[in-house]
Design a protein around this ligand. Structure first.
Ligand SMILES: Cc1ncsc1CCOP(=O)(O)O
Ligand SMILES: C=C1C=NC(C)=NC1=N
Length: 220
C-alpha cells in the first residue's frame, strides 16, 4: 500500500477488543464499518481479554469483515497473532518490541504502526521504519489504564511541523466534539475506541465522526 493510500485510511481508525464492547464485538465492528470507518485495529488487552483459541477465533472473524469491506485489519502488539491471521499490519507501543525488530520479523509487506507520545519517540519511530504514527493520549481517557497524562494537540502540531511525512492519527479521549482539533493540529485522522465501541449505535457514532473528520480535512 502506498503512503498516500495509507494516509487516506487513517481518517477514521477504529480500535477495539472484546473488553471494550458491551455487545458482540463482531456486531460492533459490522456496525462501525457500515458507519464508514476507514481502518480497524484489533486490540485485545486488559482485564478479561481473550487469550489462545478464543482470541484467534475472534481475530479471524474481525479480519474477514475488514477484508470484505476493503479496510486494513491491524493487530495490536501480538505479532504472532498478526502473522497467523495474515493481518494487513501490526501496531506496537513504546513498551513493546522495538519497531526495528518488529520490521525484521514482518518484512516490508505488512503495515507497521508505532505509538509516539512526544517528538523524540516520533523521530525514533520514523527512523526505525514506521509506516504511520499513533500520537497520544491527546485528551484524558479511561480506556487505557496505564495511559500517560494527556498531552493536548500541541504534540501533533510539533510532529507535523517536524515533517517526517508519515501518516499520523491522534488517539486518546477523542469524540465528536473534539475530533476537529486533531485534524486542525495536522493529523491525517482520528483513532477512537470508546466513542464507537461504547455507543448504543456504533454505526451512527462512526458516521458522525467520519463526517466531522471529512469536514475538518476540507477546512484545512
Ligand atoms: C490505546 C490508547 N493509547 C493511548 S490512549 C488509548 C485509549 C483510547 O481510547 P478512547 O478512544 O476510548 O479514549
Ligand atoms: C496505543 C495506540 C496508539 N495509536 C494507535 C493507532 N493504536 C494504538 N494502539
Amino acid at each position: 500500500m502506498t503512503r498516500e493510500a495509507l494516509r487516506e485510511h487513517m481518517q477514521l481508525y477504529f480500535i477495539m477488543g472484546s473488553v471494550n464492547c458491551k455487545e458482540d464485538p463482531v456486531e460492533v465492528l459490522r456496525k462501525a464499518i457500515a458507519g464508514g470507518i476507514t481502518c480497524f485495529q484489533y486490540r485485545e488487552k486488559g482485564k478479561g481479554s481473550l487469550q489462545g483459541h478464543a482470541r484467534y477465533e475472534l481475530a479471524q472473524k474481525l479480519r474477514q469483515l475488514c477484508m470484505d469491506a476493503g479496510i486494513p485489519f491491524i493487530v495490536n502488539d501480538d505479532i504472532n497473532l498478526a502473522i497467523e491471521v495474515q493481518a494487513d499490519g501490526i501496531h506496537v507501543g513504546q513498551e513493546d518490541e522495538p519497531a526495528f525488530r518488529v520490521r525484521e520479523r514482518i518484512g516490508s509487506s505488512m503495515i507497521l504502526g508505532v505509538s509516539a507520545y512526544n517528538l523524540e519517540e516520533a523521530e525514533r519511530a520514523a527512523q526505525e521504519g514506521a509506516d504511520y504514527l499513533g500520537i497520544g493520549p491527546i485528551y484524558p481517557t479511561g480506556t487505557k489504564e496505564d495511559a500517560k497524562s494527556a498531552s493536548g494537540t500541541g504534540v501533533i502540531r510539533l510532529i507535523h511541523q517536524a515533517g517526517y511525512g508519515l501518516p499520523m492519527v491522534g488517539i486518546g479521549g477523542i469524540h465528536l466534539s473534539n475530533a476537529w482539533e486533531i485534524i486542525q493540529a495536522g493529523a491525517d485522522g482520528v483513532s477512537v475506541i470508546s466513542a464507537i465501541s461504547h455507543s448504543a449505535d456504533p454505526q451512527a457514532a462512526a458516521s458522525a465522526l467520519y463526517t466531522a473528520v471529512q469536514e475538518s480535512c476540507a477546512a484545512q
